[in-house]
Design a protein around this ligand. Structure first.
Ligand code: HEM
Length: 501
C-alpha cells in the first residue's frame, strides 16, 4: 500500500486526528497578513488548494484579492505573489531572510535533503552552489560555446533520423549533455548507466518533493519512529529503497569520472575542474558528498525543465509555421544557407531571441516553482506586507506570463511582441530569485538559443500528416515541472549539406 495519499483524501481523514494533534495557536488569520480567501477553522484553506493547474487558481485569487494573497493550510502560511515588483522586493531585497526552503520528511528520509533545491542557506548550500558554478558559470558557458553548437547539431540530426520518438530523442540528448558537463563522459558513451539512473532518481526526487503529493509522514512526523513492518509504514521501506537509488547515482558516474581523470582520458567537466583546483584527495568525506550532490543536481534540476522547454519550442514551430518561416528567413539572411549559425551571429539574429523569449513565456516549465521560505525563526515586514515566519513564498510566474496587462493576447504565441524592448523579458524572472536563482540559467540561455538557431537553419518542422488530422495541441502536463503533452511532428531536412558539417 502506498503512503502517498491524494491530498483531499488525506485532509478528510486527518480531521479525525486534528482535535488531538493540532496546536490551538493556529486558529485564525493573524493580523496584518495580506488578504485571501476565507478558510475553515483548523484546516485553513486546505480544501481550496487546487489539485490541478495551481497557477491558474493563484491568478484567480490575485484578481479577487490583489497582487499578494495569503492562504493557510493547517498552520502553514502561503504567500502567493502575482506581481513582479513585489516578488523582487520580497525575494531579492530581503533575500537574507527569504531564501530558506521547506523541510519535507520524505525528502530527508530518502537522503535528497542534501541536494541543492532542498538545502537551507547554510555553508553546505554555498559550497554546493560554488561547485556547480565551476561547471555552469557564465564564463564557463561562454568557453563551452563550441560544444553547445556541436550538441545542437547532434539533436537536429537525431530528430531528422528518428522523428517517431521526439521525447526520447530530446530526453537522451539532454541527459547526455549533462553527463558531459558534470562527469566529462564523451558523446554517446554513457558507460556508467547515468541516463537510466538519472530518470529513476528524478522520478523519486519529484515524488518526495512535489508539494501536491502529501506523505503521511510529512503531516504526522512522529510516524517515522514506528517500525516499518507496521501497516501504513510502507513509506519507510520506500525511503530505504530510494536511498539506494540515490547512492548509485551519486557514486557510479562520479567514480567513473575519477577513473577517467586518473587515466588522463576525461574532457573538461565539473569533476575535472574541482580535481584541478583542489585535488580530489584533499577533500574530506563531507566535501565529497557535497561535490557528488552538486554534480547530480545538474541532472535533477535540469532534466525535466530542459526537456520541456526544447519540446515546447518544437511544438510552437509545428503550430506556428509563420514564426518558423520568419525565423528561417532571418537565419538564412545571415548564413546564406552555406553554413550553420554560431554564437557570433547572435547580434544579427534578433528574431531568434524573440522566439526564445516567447517560448519561455508561453510554455514556462516551472509556473510556480520552487517556493522560497521566510526564515523559520523570524517574521518580516516588507513594503508593509507582514510575512509570518516559515511562510511559503510562491511567485506565480505562470500567472505573470499570462497577465494581459503585461502581455497583450497572452495565450497567443507571438514572438514579435519582444521587438518592444520595454516588455518584461521572461528570462529575467523565469529562473527565480537572488541566492536561489536557478544554477542552470547560463546553460539554458546558451543551449536553448543555439538549438533554436540551428533548428531553423536545418529543419522544417511540420504537422505529422498532410491534412493536419493529427495536429498537436498546445497543452501541458500538470506537476511541479510541466511538459507539453506527447505529440508527433515531421522533421524535414532543409539543407542536407549543413547536417554533414
Ligand atoms: C528552461 C529551463 C529551466 C527553468 C525554467 C528553470 C527554473 C528554475 C527555477 C524557477 C528555480 C527556482 C529558483 C528560486 O527558487 O528562486 C530553479 C532552481 C534550480 N535549477 Fe533550474 N530551471 C531550468 C533549467 C535548469 C538547468 C538546465 C539546470 C542544471 C543544469 C537547473 C538547475 C537548478 C537547480 C540545481 C536549482 C535549485 C537552486 C537552489 O535551490 O538554490 N535548472 N530553476
Amino acid at each position: 500500500m502506498s503512503t502517498a495519499l491524494p491530498f483531499q483524501f488525506l485532509v478528510t481523514s486527518l480531521l479525525l486526528f486534528l482535535g488531538i494533534i493540532y496546536r490551538a495557536r493556529t486558529g485564525g488569520r493573524p493580523p496584518g497578513l495580506p488578504p485571501g480567501p476565507p478558510g475553515l477553522p483548523f484546516l485553513g484553506n486546505a480544501l481550496q488548494l487546487p489539485s490541478k493547474d495551481a497557477y491558474k487558481t493563484f491568478t484567480k485569487w490575485g484578481k479577487q484579492y490583489g497582487p499578494i494573497v495569503a492562504v493557510k493550510v493547517f498552520s502553514q502560511s502561503l504567500i502567493i505573489i502575482n506581481s513582479v515588483k513585489l516578488a523582487a522586493d520580497l525575494l531579492n531585497k530581503s533575500s537574507s531572510s527569504t531564501s530558506f526552503r521547506i523541510t519535507r520528511r520524505m525528502v530527508q528520509l530518502s537522503g535528497f535533503d542534501r541536494s541543492i533545491p532542498h538545502l537551507q542557506p547554510t555553508t553546505e548550500f554555498n559550497k554546493s552552489r560554488q561547485y556547480t558554478k565551476m561547471a555552469l558559470g557564465a564564463i564557463e558557458m561562454t568557453q563551452y560555446e563550441p560544444e553547445h553548437q556541436r550538441r545542437a547539431l547532434r539533436l537536429v540530426i537525431k530528430l531528422a533520423q528518428n522523428p517517431k520518438n521526439i521525447y526520447n530523442e530530446i530526453g537522451v540528448w539532454v541527459a547526455l549533455g549533462f553527463e558531459h558537463i558534470a562527469y566529462g563522459t564523451d558523446d554517446e558513451e554513457d558507460a556508467s548507466g547515468f541516463v537510466e539512473m538519472g530518470r529513476h532518481a528524478l522520478a523519486i526526487f519529484t515524488a518526495a518533493s512535489d508539494p501536491m503529493i502529501v506523505w503521511a509522514v510529512d503531516v504526522l512526523p512522529f510516524l517515522r519512529h514506528f517500525p516499518s513492518w507496521l501497516p501504513g509504514m510502507s513509506f519507510k521501506r520506500k525511503a530505504r529503497e530510494w536511498k539506494r537509488v540515490l547512492r548509485d547515482i551519486l557514486n557510479k558516474p562520479f567514480h567513473h569520472a575519477v577513473r577517467k581523470i586518473n587515466a588522463g582520458l576525461t574532457s573538461q567537466c565539473l569533476i575535472s575542474r574541482v580535481a584541478e583546483s583542489h585535488s580530489l584527495d584533499s577533500l574530506d568525506e563531507d566535501d565529497l558528498v557535497i561535490l557528488k550532490n552538486a554534480a547530480m543536481n545538474i541532472y535533477i534540476g535540469g532534466f525535466d525543465t530542459m526537456t520541456s522547454i526544447v519540446a515546447s519550442f518544437y511544438l510552437a514551430m509545428v503550430l506556428h509555421p509563420e514564426a518558423q518561416t520568419r525565423g528561417q528567413q532571418e537565419v538564412d539572411s545571415v548564413t546564406g544557407r552555406s553554413r550553420l549559425p554560431t554564437f557570433a551571429d547572435r547580434p544579427n539574429l534578433p528574431y531568434v531571441d524573440c522566439i526564445m523569449k516567447e517560448v519561455m513565456r508561453w510554455a514556462i516549465p516551472t509556473p510556480f516553482l520552487f517556493p522560497h521560505v521566510q526564515d523559520p525563526t523570524s517574521d518580516a515586514m516588507v513594503d508593509g506586507v507582514f510575512v509570518p515566519r516559515g511562510s511559503l513564498l510562491i511567485v506565480n510566474t505562470g500567472g505573470i506570463f499570462e497577465d494581459p496587462k503585461i502581455y497583450a493576447n497572452p495565450l497567443q504565441f507571438w514572438p514579435e511582441r519582444f521587438h518592444d524592448k520595454n516588455l518584461l523579458d521572461p528570462l529575467s524572472i523565469a529562473f527565480g530569485y537572488a541566492r536561489r536563482q536557478c544554477t542552470g540559467i547560463h546553460f539554458v540561455e546558451k543551449r536553448l538559443w543555439i538549438t533554436i538557431a540551428t533548428t531553423l537553419a536545418t529543419l522544417n518542422i511540420c504537422p505529422p500528416t498532410e491534412n493536419n488530422s493529427r495536429m498537436p495541441k498546445a497543452e501541458w502536463t500538470d506537476g511541479p515541472v510541466r511538459l507539453p503533452l506527447t505529440y508527433d511532428a515531421k522533421f524535414n531536412v532543409r539543407t542536407p549539406a549543413l547536417l554533414e558539417t
